[in-house]
Ligand binder design. Structure first.
Ligand code: NAD
Ligand code: FE2
Length: 402
């Protein structure tokens, strides 16, 4: 199995740097969300589907964006029911609205959930004869999506720059990604003022999702100079600003840093992939609805400890990058400092060390699905087997059920 996985990954390692990567056009700055109307219009879209979620309706953001669009004479149809871990049923519901409204483009407003739902709607429009389960996996989309504009309101997933749309099948509780270059949005708006109201807990967990992207991409065999640079810069920004954003939501500089970090980490993992932290976390999202960032935040230090000295060299470099080391430290001491700093940051942001709600009787299927997701697709630093993933899930569970 290991030899096959490494061979499969070696092929991708050759192909990945040569793929036609692109990034969304980026509009940045406080108040920049106001430009969404003229921007969408400039792309020739007169009728747009606005995808968001109930939390953003309550905050007034959906009305605000709708007004900007309408002011520019863009007719708007709203789908605002996206839930965390968006489902296939919701994608179909939004697709219907898109078609009924004869829309020509999609505006995603929110965190990873609305952005991914919007991407999946776009995928269905590009490939009308394929269902979402048929689009699961990589490179299944053969045509362009309608213009897709992303306005992230969390700083974590980096979905505005990635090839992925992560969706959940509510019937089978499977959570999986559709990954294709066509899913990269055409444009993204980074307006830090949209994130100042993010509650501390969501700031913390989504920020740790970004850190997980940066670290997993860095440790993978597919990391390359460009992704290493993106990961390192993201790690630096996160260690500089995540706690600040957590402690003072109004710190606009810290919010800007986190938006940039999430984007860079997304840019890194979209080319170099994620690893076991995500593989384990996705199943917990699909099965129990555990928020993605929270699952990653808890699992990241557990998996890094499990990898042991196999990842020491790279973690030591990240310790240097995050200014957590001193010149006299050994490589091991530096790597330990990096892992300790993650645990310390989690502790300061009230992120628990274990997750509640995972049932012993579900572990077999959780492990099976995590294995299917990761092996052989993700070029992880250490290839683990089912027994080892089971052990990891036990570490993630409450002490009482271990
Ligand atoms: N496509 C990708 O590349 C990618 C990468 C990582 C994760 N994901 C997926 O993204 C999803 C998670 O996204 P997320 O972590 O951004 O969370 P989310 O989109 O699920 O949002 C979480 C909560 O935060 C609220 N919220 C969002 N912005 C807010 C703001 N500015 N102020 C106050 N509340 C706000 C929302 O209303 C919601 O209740 C998961 O499904 C995950 O698997 C996708
Ligand atoms: Fe993630």
């Amino acid at each position: 199995m290991k030899a096959y996985a490494r061979l499969y990954q070696a092929v991708f390692r050759l192909i990945l740097p040569r793929m036609p990567w692109r990034q969304p056009e980026l509009i940045k700055g406080e108040g920049s969300v106001a430009s969404i109307g003229t921007t969408v219009k400039a792309y020739g879209v007169d009728r747009a589907l606005l995808v968001s979620d109930p939390g953003l309706v309550r905050l007034g953001f959906v009305d605000q964006v709708r007004e900007h669009l309408e002011k520019a004479n863009v007719r708007v149809v709203v789908y605002d029911k996206t839930q965390a871990n968006p489902t296939i049923d919701q994608i179909e519901e939004a697709l219907l609205l898109y078609r009924e409204g004869s829309c020509q483009g999609i505006v995603a407003l929110g965190g990873g959930s609305p952005m991914d739902l919007a991407k999946a709607v776009g995928a269905r429009i590009a490939m009308p004869n394929k269902t979402i389960p048929q689009l699961k996996g990589i490179l299944k989309i053969k045509h362009n999506l309608p213009p897709l504009f992303a306005i992230p309101t969390t700083a974590g997933t980096g979905s505005e720059v990635t090839v992925a749309a992560v969706v959940t099948d509510s019937k089978t509780k499977e959570k999986y990604a559709i990954s294709d270059l066509h899913l990269i949005p055409i444009l993204a708006i980074h307006d830090p003022s949209l994130t100042v109201g993010l509650p501390p807990h969501i700031t913390a967990t989504t920020g740790m999702d970004a850190l997980t992207h940066a670290v997993e991409a860095y440790l993978n065999h597919t990391s390359m100079p460009v992704t290493n640079q993106e990961s390192e810069e993201a790690v630096q920004l996160i260690f500089r600003s995540l706690l600040k954003a957590y402690e003072n939501g109004n710190d606009i500089r810290a919010r800007e840093d986190m938006q940039k970090a999430a984007f860079l980490a997304g840019a890194a993992f979209t080319k170099a992939y994620v690893g076991y932290v995500h593989g384990l976390a996705h199943q917990l999202g699909g099965f129990y609805g555990i928020p993605h960032g929270l699952a990653n935040a808890v699992i990241l230090p557990i998996v890094l400890d499990y990898y042991g000295d196999k990842v020491e060299k790279k973690l030591a470099r990240l310790a240097d990058v995050a200014s957590l080391s001193t010149p006299t430290m050994s490589q091991k001491e530096k790597a330990d400092a990096f892992k300790s700093a993650i645990k310390e940051m989690n502790r300061k942001m009230n992120i628990p060390q274990t997750l509640e709600g995972i049932k012993e009787e579900d572990l077999e299927i959780l492990v099976k699905r995590a294995l299917e997701e990761v092996n052989p697709a993700y070029p992880v630093p250490v290839i683990l087997n089912g027994k080892q993933l089971l052990e990891l899930y036990h570490h993630v569970m409450k002490a009482s059920s271990q």
